[in-house]
Design a protein around this ligand. Structure first.
Ligand code: IMP
Length: 195
């Protein structure tokens, strides 16, 4: 079996983002949602998704800190506008344990948002700890570690145009260059020829 498998290609990602965008646009109708993307992983998805939303939506960002694998979630960078009375649409790259999303929903609800909904590109349902609603989801995935299209390992690989599953995580961690050579063949060549 290959160590790395491309689980969603670039075309499928764009197509699914378009479908989700159209469904969201139809559901919100004349309401003007505050679209809040969770940094940094949701950025590629946000771009593809919002191309299919009406031009009067408002986009904002929020960044979180996480302490420990099941620990508390804190806000590192907050949204720049008040959310009271707004229809907040949270854009997430992936829902895993659900801790991040549960915290976000709690925060926005406590601040008086009129509604809070979530669009998540990926749903890793088998790993859920907190039962949290996900109103719009792109793809259900297994519990493999995923990279690309916003998803990272140590801040790397977010810029890959498609999503890859790492089938043997310890082997990847010990030798990520094998993956680099597969997904960035040119970069691997130029590294080798560097003086
Ligand atoms: P949750 O709070 O456990 O649901 O965590 C969601 C966050 O975990 C995502 O926004 C990602 O940053 C990160 N994450 C979860 N699974 C993966 C993965 O397979 N690859 C990269 N990051 C992941």
């Amino acid at each position: 079996m290959s160590r790395y498998v491309e689980v969603v290609d670039a075309e499928a990602l764009r197509e699914r983002a378009a479908q989700l965008g159209e469904a969201i646009a139809a559901d919100y109708g004349a309401r003007r949602p505050l679209v809040v993307a969770v940094l940094k992983g949701a950025v590629p998805f946000l771009i593809d998704l919002t191309r299919h939303l009406p031009p009067d939506i408002e986009i904002d960002f929020l960044s979180l800190t996480r302490f420990g694998t099941q620990g508390r979630v804190g806000i590192a960078l907050d949204v720049s506008v008040p959310v009271a009375g707004r229809d907040v649409l949270v854009v997430e790259d992936i829902v895993d344990t659900g801790l991040t999303l549960a915290t976000l929903r709690r925060i926005f609800t406590a601040r008086g948002a009129r509604s809070v909904r979530t669009v998540a590109l990926l749903d890793k349902r088998p790993r859920r700890i907190v039962d949290v609603p996900v109103e719009y989801r792109g793809f259900e995935v297994g519990d493999e570690f995923l990279l690309g299209y916003g998803l990272d390992w140590q801040g790397r690989y977010r810029n890959l145009p498609s999503i890859w599953a790492v089938m043997d995580f310890p082997a990847f961690r010990d030798d990520p260059k094998t993956f680099d050579a597969l997904v960035f063949p040119t970069a691997a060549r130029s590294q080798r020829s560097r003086p």
